[in-house]
Design a protein around this ligand. Structure first.
Ligand SMILES: [Zn+2]
Length: 468
């Protein structure tokens, strides 16, 4: 994204027009100075004024409220599971908004929805933004939705402002970010990014009613089969850049009173399932030296996970044992079987994989020492983390400075569709504050003012990237 001369000129004029009304008075912007120096064109206050049209707060809030009505559970909770009736209705609602925004709408075989504003140079890779609208049971109305409705409003803001994109701008609604129905998270974006393993995984996927992915998609009006599944995969260079606007899902921005988080990297999890088998026995009759307690093996492994994570010395390494199930689960019975599930994340893939290896070694050692059998050690998934593109980060910094918004650099500890889009496009993410960091529950909330800040940052960044 190095500035070439004619682009720099366009860029300079655009920024001058846009920001001459946004950042009035004494605020002196260092970026504008840099652009002046670079372009060699001095700043003239006699240029015609082009102002960034304000976000329509009322209509945007109304859209959040209306979309939340497509839910299987009563308000304020939202439950919207892939390819259910409410999901289909919500998809229709978004397609209608795309149409109203003047975008040309296309859907792929698995129901990823694309709304495109064709630029003056349609041959160039497009600048895309988007997120998801599916919601886990009893969650809220902002996770994902901010990045879809917000993206559409960013397009509307640019249109109302008279902006003309050079690269096409595109809003994407990703299918099934949440793993609720088929156990596969980020299904749409993973497929777009070309995961061959997933192509096979989808063929075998059934939900808890034994409905196959193909049949569920069919009931939602999509024609997808083994044959056309690979048509979803994006061609290389389809996108010049990808951006996602999202609620933070953590408390930092709100606690620190900061308006915008610019994400620098997305941590990625590895999930592991482990099972130990011992002899079991009566809690009174079997004496301590005679025991092969599968439950204690699980407990020891849980502590080993914590130890290995802390040993890295990095705040970015985390590990969680969220599930321990003991069999037979009676107070007077020595556990004969234990099942543990482990989630470990990091922004450094090598470090994260090092933790996984140590957990594996500990499982073997614990089993040996305690005389139990390590009957399963399965790495369920091990996705690579993603770094945000530094040129997109720069563009975001220019935008927040121009809008005079406070911001901080941060890491996304949760993962998003962006993690997978990063495999096929330079990627960036914008976080906005959410109430107490709540997410995935009905109390999830982001104020319309905070959302509007995110929309403005997104609009300006899309505009910058589109002119590159
Ligand atoms: Zn989300």
């Amino acid at each position: 994204m190095a500035l070439k001369f004619p682009n720099a000129l366009l860029f300079f004029f655009f920024f001058f027009f846009v920001f001459s009304t946004i950042a009035p008075g004494s605020y002196e912007d260092p970026t504008r100075r840099t652009m002046e120096e670079f372009s060699g064109y001095p700043f003239h206050s006699s240029h015609p004024i082009f102002s960034l049209s304000p976000v329509n707060l009322e209509s945007l809030q109304k859209q959040f409220d209306e979309l939340a009505n497509f839910s299987d559970t009563p308000a304020p909770s939202v439950t919207r599971i892939l390819f259910t009736e409410n999901d289909v209705l919500a998809r229709g609602y978004i397609k209608e908004l795309m149409g109203k925004a003047g975008l040309s709408v296309r859907e792929d075989a698995v129901g990823n929805i694309f709304g495109r504003w064709t630029g003056s140079d349609p041959e160039l890779g497009a600048v895309a933004t988007g997120s998801h609208i599916d919601a886990i049971p009893y969650s809220g109305k902002y996770d994902g939705v901010v990045g879809v409705l917000g993206a559409l409003e960013a397009i509307n803001v640019l249109k109302r402002s008279g902006f003309q994109p050079k690269r096409s701008l595109e809003v994407i609604l990703f299918t099934s970010e949440e793993p609720t129905r088929f156990g596969i998270s980020c299904l749409g974006s993973r497929l777009l990014a070309g995961s061959e393993a997933l192509v096979n995984g989808i063929k075998e996927s059934v939900d808890d009613q034994n409905t196959s992915f193909f049949d569920a998609a069919k009931s939602a009006g999509y024609v997808v089969s083994e044959e056309n599944l690979s048509t979803v995969i994006l061609e290389k260079g389809s996108y010049f850049s990808f951006l996602e606007l999202h609620i933070e899902q953590g408390p930092l921005l709100e606690e620190e009173g900061v308006s915008i988080g610019i994400v620098t990297a997305i941590a990625a999890p590895a999930s592991i399932k482990v099972e130990f088998e011992g002899n079991g026995g009566h809690a009174g009759a079997v004496l301590m030296p005679e025991r092969n307690d599968a439950g204690l093996a699980a407990a020891e492994l849980a502590l080993a996970v914590e130890k290995h994570v802390l040993e890295t010395g990095s705040m970015d390494s985390v590990g969680t044992v969220g599930i321990i199930v003991l069999h037979p689960g009676a107070i007077n019975s020595i556990p004969s079987k234990s099942h543990i599930e482990i989630d470990t994340r990091d922004i450094d893939e090598k470090r994260r994989d090092g933790i996984v290896e140590k957990i594996h070694q500990s499982s073997i050692d614990i089993a040996k020492r305690r005389g139990v059998k390590l009957s399963e050690f399965r790495i369920v998934n091990q996705d690579p983390p993603a770094k945000c593109d530094h040129l997109i980060i720069n563009a975001l910094e220019v935008a927040v400075r121009q809008l005079n918004l406070s911001h901080k650099m941060m890491i996304s500890r949760a993962y998003h569709d962006s993690l997978f889009m990063a495999r096929v496009s330079p990627m960036g993410m914008i976080f906005i504050p959410c109430y107490k960091g709540y997410s995935h529950k009905p109390e999830e909330y982001a104020s319309i003012e905070d959302i509007a800040n995110g929309v403005n940052v997104l609009a300006l960044t899309l505009a910058q990237l589109s002119l590159e």
